[in-house]
Design a protein around this ligand. Structure first.
Ligand SMILES: Nc1nc2c(ncn2[C@@H]2O[C@H](COP(=O)(O)OP(=O)(O)OP(=O)(O)O)[C@@H](O)[C@H]2O)c(=O)[nH]1
Ligand SMILES: [Mg+2]
Length: 265
């Protein structure tokens, strides 16, 4: 069976670092795991990618051909071209039969909110027999600002709705938080009632909108964050357990291994 994690999230949230650490952790579990770099603007990477989009296209090449484009426009154009080129993806991905693929994506949020670039990629992977989950990283250093927290919760929600695949939200760089902020992550987070009272304090004129946003966050109780703290040994273990559950990683093994006709005696 083949599995894939589509690692997405805002620029600089820690996607490439997560891919590198997840690669190492999964290898320690003796899984056949590969990382694909899907960022045509990536500079130095902390891991050795098995598949690298920069072999096909780089942002600097696009900018040479289209000098009128800035780095952001060039990246979006490069990604649109890559996501249209199914042949390349099928050729390179098709080589792996039993596989766990971790895909390090670029940070431009419009690739899944305004454009169908990530949607096309996940459908291509599904067509190739992969079970795909989205791993969405938001930076935890913003959570003391209620406005930024709402923005990041709504961005995560829009990615989840746009992609329509199993989805897990991670709060990155938790090691940088003060202890009291770390404690606030246990239990319901973001707590909609706490969120609305903080928003109303900062922006009393928007209290109706604030109430509606808090209701939306509460309704989609799947806006649940898993803290990502590499100084805590359980961090990656918890995330892999959740992803295994969502992707039904062990189902095939259990069904194949159990002999339902066996006589209990
Ligand atoms: N303290 C701390 N720093 C981190 C963590 N994860 C990433 N960083 C740092 O954050 C910066 C950005 O990390 P990347 O992994 O390159 O982030 P990215 O999301 O891949 O960035 P883009 O590809 O540019 O969108 C780097 O300086 C990392 O060392 C973390 O868990 N804790
Ligand atoms: Mg990166």
């Amino acid at each position: 069976m083949k599995f894939a994690q589509l690692v997405i999230g805002t620029a600089g949230a820690g996607k490439s670092t997560y891919c590198s650490n997840m690669l190492e952790y999964m290898a320690s579990l003796k899984r056949t795991v590969h990382v694909m770099n899907l960022d045509p603007a990536a500079d130095a990477l902390q891991y050795d990618p098995s598949i690298d989009v920069r072999d096909v296209i780089t942002v600097s090449q696009v900018m040479e051909d289209r000098p009128e484009l800035g780095p952001n426009g060039a990246l979006v154009l490069a990604m649109e071209e890559v996501s249209r080129d199914y042949a390349y993806l099928e050729e390179t991905l098709g080589d792996y039969s039993d596989d766990y693929l971790i895909i390090d994506c670029p940070g431009q949020i419009e690739l899944f909110t305004h454009l169908d670039v990530m949607g096309r990629l996940s459908r291509t992977l599904e067509g190739l027999g992969y079970r795909v989950a989205a791993v969405y990283l938001s930076e935890s250093t913003f959570i003391s600002d209620p406005g930024a927290l709402v923005y990041s919760a709504l961005a995560a929600l829009s990615a989840m709705l746009a992609l329509g695949i199993p989805h897990i939200n991670l709060l990155s760089k938790v090691d940088l938080l003060a202890d009291d902020m770390k404690k606030s992550l246990s239990g319901a987070f973001p707590d909609p009632h706490r969120l609305v009272s903080r928003l109303n304090m900062d922006m009393p004129m928007f209290s109706t909108v604030n109430d509606t946003i808090a209701e939306l966050v509460a309704d989609y109780s799947m806006i649940q964050y898993y803290p990502l703290d590499y100084t805590d040994d359980d961090t990656l273990l918890n995330i892999v357990a959740q992803l295994d559950h969502m992707l039904q990683f062990y189902d095939d093994a259990e069904v194949g291994g159990a002999d339902f006709n066996e006589d209990p005696e």
